[in-house]
Write a protein that binds this ligand. Structure first.
Ligand code: 1HN
Length: 356
């Protein structure tokens, strides 16, 4: 049973003023706002950022602002539903397109938010994470998890652009967001993506576990794509041809807060994803795709990005009859699972999670 609740206007003005003067607020006029029936209030709006719009403005930033004046030369993909000033794509996700020009160096630092880079275009750049130099090529995913030193450099000849995905809005909201600056890192021998290069075998830890929380920092696109193509060949009836980026030592999500996935849509395929509690970001690596909710749809071409709020059924369609489409997906699933609020609504009905 849901009653109409009293409003602020129902109360005498001097009473409200007396409350406010003492930092007190009546709950009931705002109760339905913070705890609405069945479907949460979401500020996140379905939003599409076209790379054709971003690229010229990002290259212009390269002319206007030297790297020394930016540290990280980034245009933030801001969701208007949160206001642009908040620099959020969703409640927990931050997205930015970063430009590094040949010869530039983005100095070493570390911070509490977790980050990943999805390389969009250009060759010759690298990110060094805790001394491990990670080459950056189109579609590669590079982790810079919480607290790890990272810097970017560029030995190539063309501009390099990548998509940054961070849990910065969450860290900022929790009042735990800060950074430390460092000096240029010594590069160490050994690369996680070589040590964990074959499925089913991991380096034997002679004296117990490696002790490295993040043994793999670079996930080459060639490997993820090959896995998707093999899955699609192997299981012709499989609808959701998707891989999750995991920590190869634990099999758990690659990072703590946000989840990362690569999805293949077969030529002509339409895939409907049930409404789920986390917001999701879709970024096209190869091919084209239409990402649609009940009320809106976006046509994505390579390097385009869009964000869909949580609790929203989403249909992905590959309009090409001949070419597969490959998407990079980021979402808030690991966070929701840890908080116990993760939910899938198969038939659009609330499926309130319980902690029995
Ligand atoms: C950061 O450290 C990077 O290291 C990029 O490339 C974007 C946005 C907010 C906070 C830290 C980077 C960032 C960031």
């Amino acid at each position: 049973m849901s009653h109409e609740l009293g409003t602020l206007e129902d109360l005498p003005a001097d009473y409200v003023a007396a409350l406010r003067a003492r930092n007190l607020v009546p709950l009931w006029p705002s109760l339905r706002g913070v705890l609405p029936p069945k479907v949460p209030t979401r500020h996140t709006q379905p939003t599409h950022w076209a790379y054709a719009d971003i690229k010229p403005l990002l290259l212009k930033a390269g002319e206007l602002t030297p790297i020394e004046k930016a540290e990280r030369r980034v245009l933030v993909l801001a969701n208007p539903g949160h206001t642009l000033e908040k620099m959020q794509a969703s409640s927990a996700m931050y997205l930015g397109m970063q430009l590094l020009l040949p010869g530039e160096w983005a100095p070493s630092h570390r911070h509490t938010p977790n980050a990943v880079r999805m390389v969009v275009e250009g060759e010759g750049a690298w990110t060094t994470v805790e001394g491990e130099k990670c080459p950056m090529s189109r579609g590669d995913l590079i982790l810079t998890p919480t607290g790890l030193w990272h810097e970017h450099g560029h030995d190539g000849t063309e501009p390099v652009v990548w998509l940054d995905v961070l849990d910065l809005p969450l860290a900022y909201y929790l009042e735990v967001s800060y950074h430390l600056n460092g000096s240029r890192q010594e590069t160490k021998v050994g690369q996680g993506d070589r040590a964990y290069a074959r499925s089913g075998v991991v380096p034997t830890q002679v004296f117990g576990r490696s002790g490295r929380r993040y043994p793999m920092l670079r996930y080459p696109w060639a490997n993820a794509k090959a896995a998707l193509q093999s899955m699609a060949d192997d299981q012709p009836d499989l609808d959701c041809v998707q891989v999750t980026y995991v920590n190869p030592e634990t099999g758990e999500d690659a990072e703590n807060i946000l989840g990362f996935y690569a999805l293949m849509l077969r030529p002509g395929q339409t895939l409907t994803l049930s409404a789920r509690s986390p917001a999701a970001v879709y970024h096209v690596i190869e091919g084209t795709a239409r990402v649609a909710t009940e009320s809106q749809g976006f046509d994505l071409v390579p390097a385009d990005t869009c964000c869909i709020p949580g609790y929203t059924q989403t249909t992905l369609k590959n309009g090409s009859a001949s070419e597969p489409a490959f998407l990079f997906i980021a979402d808030e699933s690991p966070l929701h699972r840890k908080l116990g609020v993760y939910e899938v609504r198969e038939d659009a009905q609330p499926a309130m999670p319980t902690q029995l």
